[in-house]
Write a protein that binds this ligand. Structure first.
Ligand code: AMP
Length: 176
């Protein structure tokens, strides 16, 4: 993965202090999405990481995980599974509660979205405390999917979120 791509992505991610609440520095990825070349590059680095692996489905986390995850699924020609905040999915769901860097939440997955043994890659924009993705991993396990890797554009390393995902391999491109 070329260093200049990583440097350009890093330069584009905008820090927004005290959002959504005081003390949180929000990593705003919308400047990456707004720039056609950067958005393309961001999808390419996810794809590079997925190539050569047998993947049945991409699971994307509500809502920014949908932006990256669905583009990656499209390119790989595999299914996309949206993992949504409580109350948004219309059919029968499995759910898991989790705590965020800035609050509490509950995540849901359609019970028939993943078949037993399917190889899953989890995608989101950012790994912070790992609560969200650990609950995603719990849900994938509940429906007997095989989570082979979790990939993030950004990792806030000082929050040690990847420990919550162990033993699932974790990849992140921009580390803070
Ligand atoms: P966590 O469960 O703490 O790993 O939080 C990860 C989820 O919350 C991801 O879906 C992120 O999009 C969002 N998130 C948490 N902290 C931040 C932050 N500092 N900047 C941007 N998004 C964040």
């Amino acid at each position: 993965m070329p260093d200049d791509v990583i440097a350009r992505l890093r330069a584009a991610v905008r820090d927004v202090p005290d959002f959504p609440k005081k003390g949180i520095v929000f990593k705003d990825i919308t400047p990456v999405l707004n720039d056609g070349t950067l958005f393309h590059s961001s999808i390419d680095i996810f794809l590079d990481r997925c190539r050569g692996k047998q993947i049945d489905k991409i699971v994307g986390i509500d809502a920014r995980g949908f932006l990256f995850g669905s583009a990656v699924a499209y390119q790989l020609g595999v299914g996309f599974v949206p993992l949504r905040k409580k109350g948004r999915l219309p059919y029968k769901t499995e759910s898991a509660k989790y705590s965020l860097e800035y609050g509490e939440a509950e995540m849901e997955l359609h019970i028939d979205a993943i078949k037993r043994g399917e190889k899953i890659v989890l995608i989101d924009d950012l790994l912070a405390t790992g609560g969200t993705s650990a609950s995603a991993a719990t849900l994938i396990k509940k429906v007997e999917g095989d989570l082979i890797e979790a990939i993030f554009l950004i990792e806030l390393e000082f929050l040690h979120g990847r420990e919550k995902l162990a033993p699932t391999p974790v990849t992140a491109f921009l580390k803070y």
